[in-house]
Design a protein around this ligand. Structure first.
Ligand code: DX5
Ligand code: ZN
Length: 216
């Protein structure tokens, strides 16, 4: 299991220190939440922050695009150092083209699903992606509560991937904490995003270590 702390919940004024702390704690990726104020209500981070994260660590930088017209920005994020990029199925008409483009550029492509988007919408694209990001909150903000219906969705997605012998990994994002991390991992998640649970307690290194312990 890979833990991917979301720097949106970190102290951005001390970004490099915050990243160093989660890296010491055992984080396997750094998750960057990109929001445009249109696809989601909030406006957050862009390629310059991805570049700053990339400079601060040798961990892979995992970019989660919550923006309209994401196809126009794929190159900017890959150029900034993204190792993996997730695009939302709800935000792109030509999803396959975006996935293919990311792969050609050497980034691992992923597709993200809002809580109300069915896994059936992945039918055609599933063989082409490296991971599926299941949103367990409605995207837009850190510090939200995990939606319990996400667990059944994750299990059904895991079964669909297995039934077709595909390689896509499942990532979960939103409201994961020490109390529910083991359940999401048991449901089939291999990459866990954590914002609040990693950064809000004042000691991100210890928080990440405890999350990994709790995951079992
Ligand atoms: C939500 C973002 C998440 C969020 C996670 O829109 O995609 O990555 O920052 O934060 P927590 O773990 O606090 O829900
Ligand atoms: Zn995210």
């Amino acid at each position: 299991m890979i833990l991917a702390p979301s720097v949106l919940a970190s102290d951005l004024g001390r970004l490099a220190d915050e990243i160093a702390a989660v890296e010491r704690g055992g984080a396997g990726q750094v998750h960057v939440d990109v929001m445009d104020g249109r696809f989601v209500p909030n406006i957050t981070l862009g390629p310059a922050i991805v570049e700053a994260c990339h400079r601060a660590t040798s961990l892979p930088i995992d970019v989660h695009l919550m923006i309209e017209g994401a196809e126009r920005y794929l190159d900017a994020f890959v150029d900034a150092g993204a190792s993996s990029v997730a695009v939302h199925v709800e935000a792109l008409s030509h999803l396959q083209r975006a996935v293919e483009h990311l792969r050609k550029r050497g980034a691992r492509p992923g597709v993200a699903l809002n809580p109300s988007t069915p896994i059936g919408s992945l039918e055609e694209i599933l063989p082409e992606v490296d991971f599926v990001l299941v949103m367990s909150v409605n995207p837009g903000f850190s510090f939200q509560t995990f939606l319990p219906s996400s667990l059944d969705k994750i299990r059904r997605l895991r079964d669909a991937i297995r039934a077709r012998s595909l390689g896509a990994r499942i990532q979960v994002d939103g409201g994961v904490n020490r109390d529910n991390i083991r359940t999401v991992v048991e449901a089939g998640v291999e990459i866990v995003v954590a914002g609040n649970a990693a950064f809000s307690g004042g000691d991100p290194e210890a928080a990440v270590r405890k999350l990994l312990e709790a995951a079992g």
